[in-house]
Design a protein. Sequence first.
Lengths: 314, 314
Amino acid sequence: MKFVGVDIGGMSVKVGIVDENGTILTKKTAVCHPDGDENAIVGEIASLIAEVIDQAGILKRELAGIGIGCPGSVYDEKGIVRYSCNINFRNTPLAQKIAQLVGIGNVRLSNDANCAALGETLFGAGKGAKNSVMITLGTGVGTGIVVNGRLLTGNCSAGAEGGHIQINMGGRKCGCEKQGHYEAYASATALIAQTLEACRKYPDSLLAKLVAEEGASGKSAFEAARQGCPVAKRVTSRYIKYVGMGLVSFANVFYPETIIVGGGVSNEGDALIKPLQRYVSRNVYGAQYNPPIKVVAATLRNDAGIVGAAALCM
Amino acid sequence: MKFVGVDIGGMSVKVGIVDENGTILTKKTAVCHPDGDENAIVGEIASLIAEVIDQAGILKRELAGIGIGCPGSVYDEKGIVRYSCNINFRNTPLAQKIAQLVGIGNVRLSNDANCAALGETLFGAGKGAKNSVMITLGTGVGTGIVVNGRLLTGNCSAGAEGGHIQINMGGRKCGCEKQGHYEAYASATALIAQTLEACRKYPDSLLAKLVAEEGASGKSAFEAARQGCPVAKRVTSRYIKYVGMGLVSFANVFYPETIIVGGGVSNEGDALIKPLQRYVSRNVYGAQYNPPIKVVAATLRNDAGIVGAAALCM
């Protein structure tokens, strides 16, 4: 059985044909014009889907469905994009429009982070798990949660906003204006802020020099730590503890087989994952009576969105 | 269709016959001897089940199954009680034993707090909801979570330990020895500690006098607040904020239709529920775009366990 997976981004749209094992048979990326007219954007996406189906030499009736991942607030059950910061969609019945334009009835829609989590769980870093939590450490902290093989979305698909659990009463201000949220401590943005604070406090540190030369990024502290800078080591180990605190909260609620860490910061690999694994194993409730929870880095990278979107139809 | 619901407690066992609407047709309670031999306890439970079936004048083949709620660590899928603080069960295959003794094949088992949450969601305070979170404010903070009409249990039923999400970095010590957990702020035990702290700080307050006369309980602060004591009002409003913080974290992850508040403290009714509702509505993520989340007090009280256990078979 074959499926179409569509991963809509702010800058580009990716479309792939995916088989039931999560293997991408063919794929294509096109530039997206997110500020354009709603119907123009939908038309571009539909054309790209048709093109990829053609290119793969597959008949429409061989396709079991089209799955679409889209950034923003998505109402999965109704196939509607309520709004998106990056794309000019407002209460857009995207699933229905694509079904009409492409001529395939079974079109499913979900948030792009949810799709990535589903893809990683079923076919990537979480393969074999029935329950998983994926966090994406980027500008914010995204969460995608799989319970018994199905995405957790909540009423009207408004849930899975795990970046906004509170981990520190009265603490740092989050992007959403509330205080003490996970995202305000564990996002790449937060790591950069923590890095800059350390640079101001220790202007003679190797970290401060590196940041002065290259500018601050989510990599700066990890890089300086690798070069032996004690200030940077304190920054990274505190940051990892912050990330771990949220993971332990998720673990105590979901007790998944696997926690998957994605997003830019996850490129640090073992320097991030190994201490996170230790932190989770040491702090999860009831660990002595239950199988360990594996903490792993995402593996599908840029393909997770296509594969996970296709998996919405599986 | 009829079902048997069994609610095992540390002091007593309750058994009821429940119909598909969650109505208890007949029920009976018996004293439990939790320190006895494992087989003796199981035998007592089986006898009580047989007695209630007899008493109701129902044939075994009219019963679709037996559901059992048991305190402690329960492995739902295997029907095993791994351990229980209050009852002498250790890796006890309770479902299988009851099936053999009673002669009904379909026996389901879950944690008692999970059963109460399922009962309240399907037939009590959450009736009509597909997604709910129930918190029980007692000695600890129990959580039972329903996602799409099904209990969330996690791998090996080790999840739903929402009392142990972290809400305050480095904060108060929890019963599990870790710091800053929800339970350490929101349980009735925590409320009593907060009450006693206020009494020590304000020995001339009405609250301190009331506690000196009657001893401290989870009711003291609410009672003194009702009598106008400003110290008690500060205690209750801070406590309600603590409870609300956890609820908002759950709301952001699950976005349920309903949050159900049970346990001893929930007897305070509107004095607790109304400010909690305001706190959740004001702080949940994306509230402006989504339907409101209702915060309600549990309504089934002592029957929630029987009804919810029966619902395991529905």
